[in-house]
Design a binder for this molecule. Structure first.
Ligand SMILES: [Zn+2]
Length: 304
């Protein structure tokens, strides 16, 4: 007998990643396709999503399909509003893909999907309130209170990367300046390293050097880790979560990033001797977190 499965597709700036998960959340298959690019047509991206989903079908179509997309998704999960790396603009993506794929579809922002995955099968199982930070090229975020992802009045909550941490600070791609992600992100890591070494290294190269003990690379991670802790302290002051989960590609170095962040969190938070300070822990799901979370959102859509 064919068992129930769900497919999640994560649409990022460079690739479209699909996973098929079982009812227990186990990943049974995965596949990637290139993202057609931000200058491609909206339909080309939808084709890539449906094709990637097909790549992980086994004996037949899944029970439902979840889409995780980098950028702004409206509060109803119907429309993709805006993202710097994807061509969709205020587009009814959920319904379009449901029609193309002939499946029930749910759509959410990638950080919300990652948070759902960590809650369901990852580092935040059994946790009622948490802040999720994903550090990649920039910073993504999600807030969970009362066991549910907080979406805000318009679906736009959790855009922590664009909180201003330095007045008149570094210019950000979003048009503002001094945004948190200018100081704590893969791009910030590359900038700090470039200033120290006088040459460009990409994030994975800096991570490899830091893991091998290179002092400049370790200091670069200490710099962005300290900014991570400073920003997290603000979020802890605002929301008092039980747990802070840090994911995204840059977090793969683990304690080289998280130890400076924990130290800065203690220094930047009010009254630490007299209050519980939440643990700052690595995400358990790696690069597939968004896709797995989308699949689990599709699984749970009827129950939420
Ligand atoms: Zn910004």
């Amino acid at each position: 007998m064919v068992h129930d499965t769900w497919v999640g597709v994560d649409v990022g700036g460079t690739k479209v990643l699909a996973v098929r998960v079982s009812a227990s959340g186990e990943v049974e298959a995965s596949a990637t396709r290139p993202m057609p690019g931000r200058t491609a047509s909206e339909a080309a991206v939808e084709d890539a999503v449906v094709a990637a989903a097909h790549d992980v079908y086994a004996d037949g179509p899944p029970t439902a399909l979840g889409i995780s997309a980098a950028g702004l998704v409206d509060s109803t999960g119907e429309r993709y509003l805006f993202g710097a790396h994807l061509p969709w603009r205020d587009a009814p993506v959920r319904a379009r893909i449901a029609e193309r794929a002939g499946l029930a579809v749910v759509l959410d922002n990638d950080a919300n999907c990652a948070a759902h995955a960590e809650l369901a099968v990852g580092a935040a199982r059994g946790i009622d309130s948490m802040v999720m930070i994903t550090i990649g090229t920039g910073i993504g975020g999600a807030l969970v209170l009362g066991g549910r992802v907080v979406r805000g009045a318009h679906g736009l909550a959790g855009e922590f990367g664009h909180m201003q941490v330095v007045p008149d600070g570094l210019a950000c791609e979003c048009g503002l300046s001094g945004c948190w992600e200018q100081y704590c992100s893969g791009r910030a890591l590359e900038r700090v390293t470039r200033v120290a070494l006088g040459r460009h290294l990409d994030g994975p190269e800096v991570a490899a050097m830091a893991s091998a003990g290179d002092e400049v690379a370790r200091q670069a991670f200490a710099s962005i880790g300290t900014w991570l802790g400073v920003g997290v302290a603000g979020l802890v002051s605002a929301f008092d979560p039980e747990l802070v989960v840090v994911g995204g590609g840059v977090s793969a170095v683990g304690d080289l990033l998280l130890e400076p962040a924990r130290a800065a969190l203690l220094e930047s938070l009010q009254g630490t001797a007299h209050r519980p300070v939440p643990s700052l822990v690595p995400a358990r799901l790696g690069p597939e977190a968004g896709a797995v979370g989308a699949a689990l959102l599709a699984r749970d859509a009827g129950k939420l």
